[in-house]
Design a protein around this ligand. Structure first.
Ligand code: SF4
Ligand code: SF4
Length: 470
C-alpha cells in the first residue's frame, strides 16, 4: 500500500498509486478550474504533490501551459537568480559487473576497451580539469567489487582533493557510484564528498527488472532504497534522476516526485538535486531501441513541471543535451550544467582517446565557450562550492534555501568564483564579457556591506589571492 513514510521501496514508490495518479491526470488534463487552482498553489512556491504536478504535466490548455512555463521561469529566478553552477564529470573506471541494457559499460559488452585509472592517471585528469577551470566534479565508476571497490573510490577522492596545480583546486567532489551499504556511505561522507548521486533509471519495477537483467543492480528494492541508506550513513545531500526514454515519461515523473516526497517525509529533507538525462547513442547502444523516447517539447515541459513541483531542489543538465535544448531548459529551471565534458575514462588528459565513452556528448563546446555563451545570455556562470565547505548541507541548507537567505551567499560567491575563472582560465574575449557582467551584477547585491566586501575581494583576486567565500 502507498506510504511515503515507509522504508520499503514498494510502498513509497507504489505502482498502484502511480497508476491512479496517471488516471487522475488524464481525467483532468483539460479541467481548467483544477489546473488553475494547482497553479495558484504553485505560486506560493512551496511545491506541489506528485498528483498535482502530474496534472500540470499533461495539461492540454494552451494559455495554462504558457502559465506553467512562465511560473517555472519566475521560480527559477526567485530561487536561483541568474546563476548557473558549473561542473564536470570524471570517469574513473568503466569496469562493471551489471547488465544494464542502455549502457555500453554492461558486462556483456566485450569489445569496448575497459579501463581503470591509476591514482597517477587520476591526478593527471584532475590537473587537466583544473587547467580548464573546473572546481566541482562528479566522479563516475561502474559497479565492480574487484576492480572498483570502495577503497579505490575513497583513495581516488583523496587524490582528487590533494591535487593543487597552479591556482587550481577541486573543491567539491560529488559521487555517482552504485548503491552500496550504510557503512560505505559513512566512509564516503568521511572522505568529504558533496552530493551522492544515484539515478533510479526507471521507477517502474517491471521494466527495471528487464532493463537490469543481471548483476547486483537487478535488485530493484536495494537500488531504490539506497538514498535512505546514504542518509543513514550521514550523507545529507542526495541527487535523484531517471533516464528518460526507458519507460513512460509520465510514470517516471510521478515516481521521481514520490521519491522526493519520501525523503522529505522520512528524513525531513528532500533531494539536493534532480538530474534529467535522456537516453543517448553510445557504443552498442541505439536510442531507437527504446520505445519511450521523448521529444524536446515534452522534455522541456518535464523540466518546467519539476521546477514548479520542487522549487528548492537544484536541477542538473549534462552535455547529453544540445546547446539549443540547454538554452531553453536554463530558462525553465536548470540550475547546474556541465561544460567541456568528456564521458570516457581518461578523456581529459589523453590526446588520443580510446573510445570508452559512456554516451555521445551532444554539446561539445569547450568550457570557455560555454561560459561566454552563458554570460551572453545574462546568466552568471558560478564555480561556487561554498555551502558544503561551510557545513551548509541537508536540512540546514534547505532551511536557508526556503527562507531565501541563501541568496545572500549565492550571488556574491558566483561573482567571486567567476572572477577567479576569468583571471586564471578565460580567453580575452570571455574575460572582457565576464568582467562587464561582474561590474553590473555587484550592484544587484542588496546589502551595501556585502557589496563593499565583494568589491574588495574582487580587487584582491586581481592581485592574486584566491578562494574567498560567504
Ligand atoms: S549504468 Fe552503471 S551499473 Fe549499469 S552498466 Fe553502466 S556503469 Fe554499469
Ligand atoms: S552559496 Fe551554496 S547554494 Fe549558493 S551557489 Fe554556492 S554552493 Fe550553491
Amino acid at each position: 500500500m502507498y506510504n511515503p513514510e515507509s522504508m520499503f521501496a514498494d510502498d513509497f514508490i507504489n505502482d498502484d498509486e502511480i497508476m491512479k495518479t496517471l488516471a487522475y491526470a488524464d481525467e483532468n488534463k483539460d479541467n481548467r478550474a483544477l489546473i488553475e487552482s494547482i497553479l495558484d498553489k504553485a505560486e506560493l512556491r512551496k511545491g506541489l504533490s506528485h498528483r498535482e504536478a502530474s496534472v500540470l504535466l499533461v495539461c492540454s490548455i494552451p494559455d495554462l501551459n504558457d502559465r506553467i512555463y512562465s511560473l517555472a521561469n519566475q521560480i527559477k529566478n526567485d530561487f536561483y537568480g541568474n546563476r548557473i553552477v558549473m561542473f564536470a564529470p570524471l570517469y574513473l573506471s568503466n569496469y562493471c559487473v551489471n547488465g544494464c541494457v542502455y549502457c555500453p559499460y554492461h558486462a556483456k559488452n566485450k569489445h569496448i576497451p575497459r579501463k581503470k585509472l591509476t591514482q597517477e592517471e587520476i591526478a593527471a585528469e584532475v590537473k587537466a580539469l583544473q587547467d580548464i577551470g573546473h572546481k566541482r566534479l562528479a566522479i563516475e565508476a561502474g559497479e565492480d567489487p574487484v576492480n572498483n571497490p570502495i577503497e579505490y573510490i575513497l583513495e581516488s577522492i583523496r587524490t582528487i582533493y590533494s591535487v593543487k596545480h597552479r591556482n587550481g583546486a577541486i573543491r567539491r567532489v560529488n559521487v555517482n557510484i552504485a548503491a552500496t551499504t550504510v557503512e560505505n556511505y559513512r566512509k564516503l561522507k568521511e572522505a568529504g564528498i558533496g552530493t551522492y548521486i544515484l539515478f533510479q533509471e526507471t521507477y517502474n519495477k517491471e521494466s527495471y527488472l528487464k532493463l537490469h537483467p543481471t548483476g547486483p543492480k537487478h535488485d530493484y528494492c536495494y537500488h531504490t532504497e539506497a538514498m535512505d541508506r546514504a542518509m543513514e550513513g550521514g550523507i545529507d545531500d542526495v541527487g535523484l534522476g531517471v533516464l528518460f526514454g526507458l519507460e513512460l515519461y509520465r510514470y517516471e515523473f510521478a515516481g521521481l516526485l514520490m521519491h522526493a516526497e519520501h525523503l522529505e517525509a522520512v528524513h525531513g529533507v528532500g533531494p539536493h538535486t534532480i538530474s534529467v538525462p535522456r537516453v543517448r547513442k553510445a557504443d552498442d547502444i541505439n536510442p531507437d531501441d527504446f520505445d519511450n523516447g521523448i521529444d524536446d517539447e515534452t522534455f522541456l515541459k518535464i523540466v518546467a513541471c519539476i521546477r514548479i513541483a520542487v522549487p528548492y531542489t537544484g536541477m542538473i543538465m549534462s552535455t547529453r543535451e544540445s546547446k539549443s535544448v540547454r538554452e531553453r531548459a536554463l530558462h525553465l529551471g536548470i540550475s547546474q550544467i556541465s561544460g567541456g565534458s568528456k564521458t570516457s575514462v581518461g578523456g581529459y588528459a589523453e590526446d588520443e582517446e580510446e573510445d570508452t565513452s559512456q554516451f555521445e556528448v551532444s554539446d561539445q563546446r569547450p568550457l570557455d565557450e560555454v561560459v561566454r555563451w552563458l554570460v551572453g545570455m545574462g546568466y552568471t556562470p558560478s564555480f561556487c562550492t561554498a555551502c558544503y565547505r561551510e557545513g551548509r548541507t541537508g536540512d540546514r541548507f534547505m532551511s536557508l534555501c526556503k527562507s531565501g537567505q541563501i541568496q545572500n551567499c549565492c550571488l556574491p560567491n558566483a561573482l567571486m568564483t567567476l572572477k577567479e575563472y576569468l583571471m586564471d582560465y578565460a580567453s580575452p574575449e570571455t574575460r572582457a564579457a565576464g568582467d562587464r557582467m561582474i561590474a553590473d551584477e555587484i550592484g544587484m547585491i542588496p546589502s551595501e556591506n556585502v557589496r563593499r566586501i565583494v568589491r574588495e575581494r574582487i580587487d584582491r583576486i586581481e592581485s592574486g589571492e584566491r578562494d574567498f567565500r560567504f
